[in-house]
Ligand binder design. Structure first.
Ligand SMILES: Cc1ncc(COP(=O)(O)O)c(C=O)c1O
Length: 358
């Protein structure tokens, strides 16, 4: 029986991606690595058809948080001021990062199950005191897809640049790089792109790093240095070569399957099947379906059913679901639609939910 991961990454791997991990040993200072790295950077831009003279994909070894931290530490200049939008764990994490780097910042805190508060944000940005907004695209805490279109309009009107945590949306949700005033997006290999954990990346506007005299906040997470070295075919530090191989294969499979639009439809189809089955069993979604990402949704735990019980029964049947976070730990569970899941797996999943929850 296959073990299927329905947690929000890492995902169930395809055989091709798993096999790529065992490609030939390779030193990160050899030409073959430079070719692998530049190919990956080109493919990551191709996910959203971004021109390479304006945009760069910068590869890091680390998890999604490394990319988010590198983005905030490297893209907000020393004299910049950041407005952080929080409606879940990952917005709150960006606040902790800004705090740790002693960056000038302020937060707009919204309830976890609420949409972001655009009126307050508009008023704050209109005051003209902020250079950048940091926002999570898909807030995985609740499965909410934050309204970046509306936020983008406000940022464009107020001349504010956007820094987006797209860790759990890159590759499956639309990101309008031409209309929203985005300076950078942080993401990872092991979620919507179906790679393995270990590679993260930031897609950034090249002109963000046109400040040669800017003092870096970090040694390891300095994107300006990664960009300069990667453009020259190198890397400042040892990269996780095997996870690069895996991402390369995952991206080949991603494009062969039809790219972002196809992946979005695939996840939407799976989530619709899961939500319909759960609703028939009386299990309701935490958020209205129109507010949810295609990647993951949160559901209310049925009366009298503890999360551990549901988790363990699902695990015995080969499915790993995910707990709610923070105060939602006792009342909600989450299911993601990512990964190499086939029709047989989906049918088994729906049967398992029926058996346990009926
Ligand atoms: C929106 C978002 N941001 C950041 C992260 C952190 O990623 P990681 O756990 O890979 O560091 C996650 C992880 O699920 C996430 O969903």
């Amino acid at each position: 029986m296959r073990n299927i991961l329905l947690n929000p990454g890492p995902v169930t791997l395809s055989d091709g991606v798993r096999g790529a991990l065992t490609r030939a040993d390779l030193c990160h200072r050899e030409d073959e690595f430079a070719t692998l790295q530049s190919g990956l950077r080109e493919k990551l831009l191709r996910v959203y058809d971004l021109p390479a003279d304006e945009w760069a994909a910068i590869l890091l070894t680390g998890s999604g948080t490394a990319a988010v931290e590198a983005m905030l530490a490297s893209c907000v200049p020393q004299d910049g001021r950041l407005l952080i939008i929080e409606n879940g764990v990952y917005g709150e994490r960006m606040q902790r990062i800004a705090e740790a780097y002693a960056m000038a910042h302020q937060s707009v805190r919204c309830a976890w199950i609420e949409a972001i508060e655009l009126t307050e944000i508009r008023a704050l940005l209109a005051g003209g005191n902020f250079s950048h907004v940091a926002v999570v695209h898909h807030e995985t805490t609740t499965g909410r897809l934050n309204n970046l279109r509306a936020l983008g309009e406000i940022c464009a009107m107020t001349n504010t640049r956007m820094l987006v945590d797209a860790v759990s949306s890159f590759g499956a949700e639309s990101i309008d790089f031409s209309q929203w005033p985005i300076d950078a997006c942080a993401a990872t290999a092991n979620k919507c792109l179906h790679g393995v954990p270990g590679t993260a990346f930031v897609v950034a506007r090249r002109n963000v790093f046109d400040q040669p005299h800017e003092k870096p906040r970090s040694v390891y997470l300095n994107l300006a240095e990664y960009l300069a070295k990667q453009d020259a075919g190198g890397t400042p530090f040892t990269q996780s070569v095997q996870t690069f191989y895996a991402l390369d294969e995952a991206l080949n499979e991603f494009f062969a399957a039809g790219g972002v639009i196809a992946r979005q439809r695939l996840f939407q189809g799976r989530m619709a099947q899961i939500r319909t089955a759960l609703e028939r069993l009386g299990v309701v979604g935490l958020l209205p379906v129109q507010d949810c990402s295609c990647v993951l949704q949160a559901f209310e735990l049925p009366e009298g059913m503890a999360y551990d019980n549901l988790h363990d029964q699902m695990k015995r049947r080969g499915f790993i679901i995910y707990a709610g976070q923070g105060s939602l730990a006792v009342s909600a569970f989450r299911i993601s639609a990512m990964g190499d899941i086939n029709t047989g797996d989906m049918n088994r999943l729906l049967d398992a939910l029926q058996e346990i929850l009926a």
